[in-house]
Design a protein around this ligand. Structure first.
Ligand code: HEC
Ligand code: HEC
Length: 425
């Protein structure tokens, strides 16, 4: 079976149906082997359970004896003030001293320098056999994982990509963690059922499947610390106390740290900023940008086909493709505005006949003061006015209650104006 691994390691990449067929034969044998192993495991687990039960009974008897002895001692000592901490020499009748075996059962951590490792060893091929029997069902024959169980091997060089694959080989810095983890937690559902030598062998196999060691490798408590994990250099000790903290001033400012605080942007795109017509100091920076945007927009809008650049546009010669494009852009307006036959006021006024009309004069619509005033002043929706407004409504008309961030591209503005002209009549 060991031979098959050699053949198959390259085959995982997707080579060869023939190899796939050959693989079916040993797989059958595995099934039988696996079944036998499972029976063996079940028997072993039963034996462990029985032993544990006996042990618990023994302990319970011992604890009962202890409690009885302590109660007797407490009775002769007489009553003590219940609120006070126990005076020296007096114990509460709670718990008992942990047995050395119990401490040992908890004390199983293995450190990077090898501290805590039991004496023992195991080689790659022994490890492979145990792996196939006890681990491959979830982690795959070569650590490539079955379904969504964790991947154990591979992923080299993937950490800095968008799709990092963190495995023992690509990611884990210390071999002690592998030994500790497998010994402590695996096989999943039957934790701590492996012998020390089995763990050594499995760790050797995991190293082999990550190309860290050759197939003739034997891992032992002797050579354990000599193994260097590929990504060890990817980890370093937390050095923030020296590396980062000195970069901050000795006494960081914690209050009133800025001379003045200004609102420089509003979340208008999300439309979460409440409309406030009385507020005439909105985003100042965008307003400046608008001035530029308007200048830039001019030539573009003037280009709108043969339409007269200055005034009212009701020209049938408008480019239909441009109108169609504008219709697409209008979807962003249509949450609030209607246009065309049967259009009515919604959040915003309907836009029929808007081009060339005075600003803010639809009778049954309540405009903001600023928009109504613009109309009173005699301002009209020329292409220039419209282009400037659509590029940045709030920068162009401070205090408008049209909660729309503005159109970024001149192309969209041009197309939309063509659409408003054609559709609005
Ligand atoms: C029933 C499925 C199953 C079996 C069998 C199994 N494992 Fe696991 N293994 C898991 C799961 C699930 C995790 C992740 C557990 C978690 O993150 O809490 C895991 C995690 C691991 C990890 C850490 C992976 C990582 O990158 O975090 C290693 C190493 C490992 N298993 C080794 C083994 C070995 C060796 C065996 C055989 C002795 C084994 N497993 C058997 C399911 C399984
Ligand atoms: C979130 C709702 C909303 C969106 C989206 C919106 N508007 Fe408005 N629009 C309004 C409101 C409200 C007014 C009235 C503004 C005021 O009174 O200050 C208005 C006013 C206008 C006016 C002035 C109407 C008039 O009669 O003077 C025009 C033109 C206009 N919008 C065009 C557009 C276009 C084109 C779009 C899409 C690019 C758009 N709006 C997107 C809500 C919206």
């Amino acid at each position: 079976m060991s031979k098959f691994l050699n053949i198959f390691a390259p085959a995982i990449g997707g080579a060869g149906l023939i190899l796939g067929a050959a693989y079916a034969i040993p797989t059958k044998n595995f099934r039988a082997e696996e079944a036998a192993l499972a029976m063996e495991q079940a028997a072993a687990a039963e034996a462990r359970a029985a032993a544990a039960e006996a042990r618990i009974a023994e302990e319970a008897a011992r604890a009962a004896e202890e409690v009885a002895a302590l109660q007797a001692a407490a009775a002769t000592a007489g009553p003590s003030d219940s609120g006070d901490p126990a005076p020296a020499g007096v114990t509460y009748t709670l718990g008992r001293t942990a047995l050395p075996e119990e401490v040992a059962a908890w004390d199983i951590d293995i450190r990077p320098d090898g501290q805590g490792l039991p004496v023992g060893s195991g080689d790659v091929w022994t490890g492979e056999e145990i792996w196939i029997a006890k681990c491959a069902a979830c982690h795959g024959d070569f650590g490539e994982a079955v379904g969504r169980w964790p991947v154990i091997a591979g992923g080299e060089g993937s950490l800095a990509t968008d799709d990092p694959v963190k495995t023992v080989g690509s990611y884990w810095p210390y071999l002690s963690t592998v030994w500790d983890y497998v010994h402590r937690a695996m096989p999943f559902g039957e934790a701590q059922s492996l012998t020390d030598d089995e763990v050594y062998a499995l760790v050797a196999y995991i190293l082999y499947s990550n190309y860290v060691v050759e197939d003739d490798f034997t891992l032992s408590s002797e050579n354990f610390t000599e193994v260097v994990m590929p990504n060890e250099g990817g980890f370093f000790m937390d050095d923030r106390a020296e590396a980062e903290i000195p970069l901050f001033s000795e006494e960081p400012c914690m209050e009133n740290c800025k001379d003045s605080v200004e609102i420089t942007a509003r979340a208008v795109i999300l439309d979460v900023t409440p409309d406030d017509p009385t507020d005439d100091t909105p985003a100042s920076a965008p307003a400046e940008e608008t001035a530029e945007a308007v200048d830039e927009a001019d030539p573009a809008t003037a280009e709108t086909d043969e339409a007269p650049a200055e005034e009212v546009v009701t020209d049938a010669s408008i480019d239909p493709a441009l109108v169609a494009e504008g219709e697409g852009v209008f979807r962003r307006c249509s949450t609030c505005h209607q246009i065309g036959e049967g259009a009515v006021n919604r959040t915003g006024p309907h836009l029929n006949g808007i081009m060339g009309r005075s600003i803010g004069v639809m009778e049954d619509f309540r405009y903001s003061n600023v928009m109504a005033d613009a109309g009173t002043e005699g301002r009209v929706w020329t292409e220039d006015e419209m282009a400037a407004f659509l590029a940045d409504p709030r920068g162009y008309m401070r205090g408008t209650k049209m909660a729309f961030a503005g159109l970024r591209s001149e192309e969209e503005v041009t197309a939309l104006i063509a659409y408003l002209t054609a559709e609005g009549g």
